[in-house]
Design a protein around this ligand. Sequence first.
Ligand code: A3P
Length: 346
Amino acid sequence: MLFKQQALLRQKLFLLGSLAIGSLLYLVARVGSLDRLQPICPIESRLGPPHLPEQIPLRTLQYKRGLLHEIRKGNATKEQIRLHNLVQQLPRAIIIGVRKGGTRALLEMLNLHPAVVKASQEIHFFDNEQNYARGIDWYREKMPFSFLHQITIEKSPAYFITEEVPERIFKMNSSIKLLIIVREPTTRAVSDYTQVLEGKERKNKTYHKFEKLAIDGNTCDVNTKYKAVRTSIYTKHLERWLKYFPVEHFHIVDGDRLITDPLPELQLVERFLNLPSRISRYNLYFNATRGFYCLRFNNVFNKCLAGSKGRIHPEVDPSVVAKLRKFFHPFNQKFYQITGRTFNWP
Ligand code: A3P
């Protein structure tokens, strides 16, 4: 009798066990299939799936970030550099432009990522004849120290519009990743003008009004000889780059969105650079006094960009703004077509 009851109990336990294992297997398979679902969005799908964090020992990097900071301040010894296998690496990604697109903000924000190390200064290696003649070792020596698995990024917005640069960068590294941050072209042109105007005023010099520079006084057409206008014809410059690099090597950043909502833009860049997503809402906070997002590295260290970023633009005659927008329109359409990224520019 007792033997019979024990057998029945064993049978029940076996049945329950099989049921539990079966449910577990079903759940694992279901979660796996959910994981494989990708968001449907043209640029997101072009970027491919995000990379697995295991590739970079991020915790180690975060921990050692303090050391990199000391090195930057000039406080680290040669022995420390050797001991930690720190090296000066050529950039694996470059922010090539566009001037006044938000290049500094983009570089500083990417530098929040533990696997990214920025070259603080604009190096102007590829666009400046004197610098270029100094050779690639000179360029490398301008780079910050980093751990081997970190990515060095530099930004020199003049690269985007300088004739010789695409070929020179291609010769250095034909598989380099190129970042271009753009803003609505007329706003960018006014921002460009504002920067030059401020420089003139600082030297007590007078300067023309934007309207006079942007519109040809004789023909009343847009003055395409004015540099601030030419720089905003993004497609013309990009086409020169495309003679050397395939379009997949470029990632277009929305500079207007980087101002109002930087995180999604940064997440797209992380994916383009094959980095695990590490920049979070915690790292970016809106500073009402500055009127911009500022950066938070940790509990003690945060910073906003310098006051020269985010100037007040002068008022521009609305008819001139309208003329410029109409002028840029066909170029913008072509730019959307080539890059696969569409903006709501007027
Ligand atoms: P404005 O001065 O016209 O506002 P660049 O670094 O390429 O010179 O670009 C400067 C622009 O970056 C500024 O243009 C500003 O609008 C923009 N920007 C984007 N994010 C910013 C931020 N968090 N803080 C300050 N400026 C920012």
